[in-house]
Design a protein around this ligand. Structure first.
Ligand SMILES: [Cu+2]
Length: 230
């Protein structure tokens, strides 16, 4: 059996672990909420939608969740919709199939291997994602289908909209590490990181522009499936 291993997943998991340790070691800091807007443009200046943005830190921030414990990734026109989902560790995700054809959804990613036997509609219960990392989804019937669930210990996460903007709300002041991940991003192997000082006294915007052209097709792909022994 071939497994899909993405180096970005391990890096993000390690950062999540560090965040938890810091949260345990320090008392909660006084906070005032702020909104952070992260804008992502391609090399030619067009907005890049469907990209995951995660803010981690600062030291001393209380451990907390985003408050969202369930999510949904639909299947429409032989695509996962949305193609990229970013969720808190422990979130349960529904995978309804709105197509007229059946799909067989699977992941061999170390963060959460699973498979949903061939189905239409919503016969299967939600799948829980108990560990941080990048989960790459495929369909055993349609090789072109690929979806991604980025599971993070940080409550500050969003995906970019059609205008290439991600909005992160109620971000306390402090120094954050910003991670940007998308399946069409070529820069940095798909993962961009930077730092951001959040002042907390009003909305802030971080504008990022890619140096490399976007990939033509999403990466990584799900591993080729050998169902024997699964
Ligand atoms: Cu399918």
């Amino acid at each position: 059996m071939t497994r899909t291993v993405d180096p970005a997943a391990g890096r993000i998991a390690a950062l999540g672990a560090a965040l938890v340790l810091l949260a345990l070691a320090a008392a909660p800091a006084a906070t005032s909420a702020g909104e952070v807007r992260v804008e992502l443009q391609s090399r030619d200046g067009t907005p890049v939608p469907g990209v995951a943005v995660v803010l981690e830190g600062p030291a001393g921030a209380p451990a907390r969740s985003s408050g969202r414990h369930s999510a949904r990734m639909d299947q429409q026109d032989r695509r996962f919709v949305p193609q990229v989902l970013v969720v808190d560790t422990g979130t349960s995700v529904e995978f309804p199939n709105s197509d007229h054809v059946s799909h067989q959804v699977y992941s061999f990613s170390p963060a959460r291997p699973f498979q949903l036997p061939l189905y239409k509609g919503a016969p299967h219960p939600p799948v829980q994602f108990p560990a941080p990392g990048l989960v790459v989804l495929g369909c055993n019937i349609h090789d072109e289908m690929v979806g991604y669930i980025l599971v993070t210990d940080s409550p500050f996460h969003a995906t970019t909209d059609a205008g290439g903007a991600a909005r992160l709300r109620e971000v306390p002041p402090g120094a954050y590490r910003v991670t940007v991940w998308g399946p069409l991003i070529h820069d940095g192997g798909g993962t961009l990181t930077t730092t951001l000082a959040v002042a907390g006294d009003g909305p802030q915007t971080l504008s990022l522009r890619l140096k490399d052209p976007l990939r033509r097709s999403p990466s990584p792909r799900p591993g080729r499936v050998d169902w024997d022994g699964y």
